[in-house]
Design a protein around this ligand. Structure first.
Ligand code: DGL
Length: 271
């Protein structure tokens, strides 16, 4: 048993999409969330910069005495998971890519045509395709596409409108048609926020979400290590490097509460 909080983080608001799954899986656990909203998006930055930012977040979470780190960000998972594990060897650290690849490897067969949509850094790392093939060698038709303009639009809250639909179509129309994609992987935790747009635009394509899989993996890890919290202790905290309206609105929406009832605070890491 371990009553310390779980640290969960992302470059921005994307990681918040894992929280409903996490709270459903683990109702007794307490969460400390950090979103680097001042410096998002990470996906178009260099690997060195992403790794430097990641360690700043890691240090912040360690100072807050977390028992586990949940990297609710594919870009950080693709570029910095090794660094995090080396730097904090005593803390279990779960990234998005292994759990999501496991689900793809189990669900899909050699006939499926899998499209990984992600940030530029995640696509450039090649990690998704390697991991999926490692887990199921029969899966040969795996294609990745970088969609760099989606995260900034989502961070701005531009979702239910034509600009978002046109941007999605700009990236995916030809990709889905030419590669005959039947399974789309949301390999960025921001993308569940546009899942409805994707389902409406491509109703025949099935969708797998990394936000859900990382939360399920967290539960399995805590179970294996006998680290569940005994009972709900304390409150959840949500920190951001810039308290944007959209960050606050997303938390209110996800938890169904007003910001006055929630612990939402600014935290500057760039010092
Ligand atoms: N939510 C992130 C991911 O899963 C990162 C988006 C970004 O900062 O570019 O990749």
């Amino acid at each position: 048993m371990d009553n310390r909080p779980i640290g969960i983080f992302d470059s921005g608001i994307g990681g918040l999409t894992s929280i409903p799954y996490l709270l459903r899986q683990l109702p007794n656990e307490r969460i400390i969330f950090f979103g680097d909203t001042a410096r998002t998006p990470y996906g178009s930055k260099s690997v060195d910069t992403i790794r430097q930012f990641t360690l700043q977040i890691g240090d912040f979470l360690v100072k807050n005495n977390v028992k586990m780190m949940l990297v609710a960000c594919n870009t950080i998972s693709a570029t910095s998971l090794d660094l995090l594990k080396e730097t904090y060897p005593d803390i279990p650290i779960i990234g998005t890519i292994s759990p999501t690849s496991r689900v793809i490897a189990n669900k899909c067969n050699g006939m499926d045509r899998i499209g990984i949509m992600a940030t530029t850094a995640t696509v450039n790392s090649g990690v998704y395709i390697d991991k999926i093939k490692e887990k199921n060698y029969q899966l040969k038709n795996i294609f990745a596409i970088a969609c760099p303009a989606l995260v900034p639009l989502i961070e701005e809250g531009i979702i239910d409108n034509e600009i978002m639909d046109l941007t999605i179509k700009y990236y995916l129309d030809d990709f889905i048609k030419e590669k005959e994609i039947d399974t789309l992987v949301l390999a960025c935790t921001h993308y569940p926020l546009i899942k409805r747009n994707l389902q409406r635009l491509y109703p025949d394509v099935s969708i797998i979400s990394s936000s859900k899989e990382v939360a399920i993996a967290a539960k399995m890890e805590l179970e294996d290590r006998d680290m569940f919290a005994e009972k709900p202790v304390g409150e959840n905290y949500f920190y951001a490097s810039d308290l944007s309206d959209n960050f606050v609105r997303m938390i209110e929406l996800i938890l169904g509460k007003d910001k006055k009832e929630l612990n939402i605070d600014f935290q500057n890491l760039d010092i």
